[in-house]
Design a protein around this ligand. Structure first.
Ligand SMILES: NC(=O)c1ccc[n+]([C@@H]2O[C@H](COP(=O)([O-])OP(=O)(O)OC[C@H]3O[C@@H](n4cnc5c(N)ncnc54)[C@H](O)[C@@H]3O)[C@@H](O)[C@H]2O)c1
Length: 253
């Protein structure tokens, strides 16, 4: 088991890639906190995971709004109280910018930055404090291909928020490497739509986008979970400040 004895928090784990990551982590022997604002969905994910009875693995749900710092304090404190430490933080919660009709809407900018950037900063801040207590850890942040490029069909706040994740990850690696803390970003490409997707959920738009993907297909949530698992695990013990693209070759074009 690749995460035996590890304790992890996965934000946004009630859905999509976060839920796939939580499932995979528990299968690898980790204790995983499913931290999300969607309570019913999050509890159900935890229940389903626990029904598999993986030796050493366990999932628990904790309610979290990633934009709320007091809430982060509660979730990290409760995780350490319950499981004794924190080894892995996956800052995965996020919202899409492709349902916005006014591409220069200021409220959309503020919301995207609040969830996608401030949320990752707060998760990092509170994880670092807990990880320092136990001698280190691994932080994996979900950026996107949108953190590396500009795009027509999404509010620029999405690209900017994911670009911020890309570089704040490198700052984390540089500032906390001495504490045994690694930080890396994962950049998914065209994946199943997010709950908050607009234009990029349209099959016609997706078919057009796929023409620019070298592998000519969308990715699957488990393919992203596999990349997150590698970076979270001790197999990646000398990898920090790196970007891992899970995009079918999109950024290589
Ligand atoms: N789906 C894609 O095509 C794609 C591509 C590249 C990157 N990403 C990124 O991957 C991550 C996961 O995306 P997904 O496709 O699984 O999306 P999803 O919509 O299925 O899941 C996102 C989860 O984040 C949670 N969330 C949103 N705001 C929150 C908040 N304020 N506090 C706590 N939880 C909150 C949602 O409740 C949801 O459970 C996101 O950061 C997203 O930007 C997605």
């Amino acid at each position: 088991m690749r995460l035996a004895g590890k304790v992890a928090i996965v934000s946004g784990a009630a859905s999509g890639m976060g839920a796939a990551t939580a499932r995979r982590f528990v299968r690898e022997g980790a204790k995983v906190v499913i931290a999300d604002q969607l309570e019913t969905e999050g509890r159900k994910v935890a229940e389903d995971i626990n029904a598999a009875n993986t030796p050493g693995g366990e999932a628990v749900f904790m309610r979290l709004d990633v934009t709320d710092e007091a809430n982060w304090t509660q979730v990290v404190d409760e995780t350490v109280r319950r499981f004794g430490k924190l080894d892995i933080m996956v800052n995965n919660a996020g919202i899409s910018g492709s349902a916005v009709t006014d591409m220069l809407d200021t409220d959309a900018w503020d919301k995207l930055m609040a969830v996608n950037s401030r949320g990752v900063f707060l998760g990092t801040k509170h994880a670092v404090q807990a990880m320092k207590q136990s001698g280190g850890g691994s932080i994996v942040n979900l950026s996107s291909i949108s953190g590396n490029t500009g795009q027509t069909m999404t509010h620029m706040g999405y690209n900017a928020s994911k670009g911020a994740v890309r570089t704040l990850t490198k700052s984390t690696a540089v500032q906390f490497g001495k504490d045994g803390i690694r930080a890396n970003s994962v950049h998914p490409g065209l994946m199943p739509p997010m709950r908050t997707s607009g234009a990029t959920a349209d099959p016609a738009v997706r078919a057009k986008m796929l023409q620019t993907v070298p592998l000519r297909r969308a990715g699957e949530v488990d393919e992203v979970a596999n990349a997150i698992l590698f970076l979270a695990s001790d197999e990646a013990s000398y990898i920090t400040g790196a970007e891992l693209y899970v995009d079918g070759g999109y950024l290589a074009v």
